[in-house]
Write a protein that binds this ligand. Structure first.
Ligand code: PLP
Length: 420
């Protein structure tokens, strides 16, 4: 598709240029950037820090070992010899890059193999592999939500679902996080609008920051009552929960219309997919711009995801280990007085802090005591927090060491927050 230029013929003489003129770069000095630079100057910045060593349960930071609690490598497959060997053999067979769109020269037999396995895993007719999970959500919502349609998303849903809805020509509506009644009200008000078209409800199966599950049975019921389609983003659930690691929908016995998954977490790679009915997947294949107008993922990434998915389906001990390590971490943090949930629901253990500078200082104290966590501040989350997550390959001793770090790092910040 080409764009139609606006305005009169460029050869017609131009009228005088209006003044004053705003500079599009003026925004780069906004207050967010001031905070960013201040944090950087105080050595409190928790972002873009360089790590070294194998992507595993411990890594190297500034020349010292750290227990890695900031990774989505939930099943610990990034360094698995079988996954590594699959990636290496794909490089040897195909080379380093596919250098083209799936539509043209970018489809290999390995795509078909992976798409078949993924569709079967989440019990859908068909699946389509995208170059990233973000692109998968963009490519789905941006395409399927048309001008008279609505995307109705949970208020805590991942940015890629929101951005996909924004890319679409339809309407974006949000409902209160994990509140099926709020969803029902939103759906009702949408249906009461004259000429309202279709509706797609989009939720995360497991929420990326707090690790809580969506109440899928109630959400699915609301969708069915109001004739809406349901998309479940299983990014943090695939491989981790459900029978054979098939995710939250399978665990709760719910059949959504569409499932999204990513390779960048349990599947130890990079890429993503949408699974659904054959007709919807074929429509995306032909019309989804974030699918068609970008290069196919590299062979090593596809082969690693394929091997990791095979392993994830059969090695139940990994899911059991994730649940055990997460509970060990959660219980230990609660005992130390940190504000954590009453029970673990996934590999994610969120430590609520409240104030963003307190969170930054806690992050820094932890890294100084050998624990790597992820710091999230508003607007990414409502209140500042440290997001921690465990891997199947963390040992009891790794988690104990992390808890020692949390004990040593304890500062007035989280204590105050815990009392709020
Ligand atoms: C819930 C959710 N959906 C989608 C994505 C995007 O996936 P990817 O990082 O593989 O592009 C993420 C990544 O953080 C996520 O947490």
């Amino acid at each position: 598709m080409s764009l139609t230029p606006q305005g009169p013929d460029p050869d017609v003489p131009e009228p005088e240029v209006p003044k004053p003129q705003a500079d599009i770069f003026a925004k780069v000095d906004d207050s967010r950037m001031e905070d960013y630079r201040l944090a950087e100057s105080l050595d409190l910045l928790p972002y873009y820090r360089e790590l070294d060593g194998e992507i595993g349960p411990t890594m190297t930071f500034a020349g010292r070992p750290v227990v890695m609690l900031g990774s989505n490598n939930y099943l610990g497959l990034t360094t698995d010899p079988r996954v590594r060997a699959a990636a290496i053999s794909a490089v040897e067979r195909y080379g380093t890059g596919i250098t083209g769109s799936r539509l043209l020269n970018g489809t290999l037999a390995i795509h078909g193999e992976l798409e078949e396995l993924l569709a079967d895993w989440v019990d859908m007719e068909s699946a389509l592999v995208f170059s990233t999970g973000y692109a998968a959500n963009l490519g789905l919502l941006g395409t399927i939500v048309g001008p008279s349609d609505a995307a109705i998303v949970d208020s805590a849903a991942h940015a890629s679902l929101v951005d996909g809805a924004r890319l679409s020509d339809g309407t974006l509506r949000a409902f209160r996080h994990n509140r099926p009644n709020s969803l029902r009200r939103t759906l009702r008000s949408w249906r009461e609008q004259p000429d309202s078209g279709g509706a797609l409800v989009a939720v995360d199966g497991i929420y990326s920051m707090d690790g809580d599950w969506a109440p899928l049975p109630e959400i699915a019921e609301a969708c069915s009552d109001f004739g809406a389609r349901l998309l479940v983003d299983e990014a943090h659930a695939l491989g981790v929960v459900g029978p054979r690691g098939a995710g939250t929908a399978a665990a709760m016995g719910v059949r959504p219309d569409l499932v999204m998954g990513t390779f960048s977490k349990s599947l130890a790679s990079c890429g993503g997919f949408i699974a659904g009915s054959r007709s919807v997947i074929e429509y995306l294949k032909v019309t989804s711009r974030p699918f068609v107008f970008t290069a196919s993922g590299v062979p090593a990434a596809l082969a690693a995801a394929l091997e990791a998915a095979r392993i994830a389906q059969v090695e139940d001990w990994r899911r059991e280990a994730v649940a055990a390590r997460a509970e060990q971490l959660r219980a230990g943090l609660a005992q130390l007085g940190y504000q954590v949930a009453d029970r673990v629901q996934s590999s994610i253990v969120a430590v609520q802090v409240g104030d963003k500078w307190d969170a930054g200082m806690l992050w820094k104290a932890l890294i100084d005591h050998g624990v790597y966590t992820n710091c999230a501040v508003p607007p990414a989350v409502p209140r500042a927090m440290l997001r921690t997550s465990v891997m199947a390959t963390h040992s009891d001793a790794d988690i104990d060491r992390a808890l020692d770090g949390f004990e040593a790092a304890r500062s007035p910040g989280p204590q105050r927050a815990a009392g709020r």
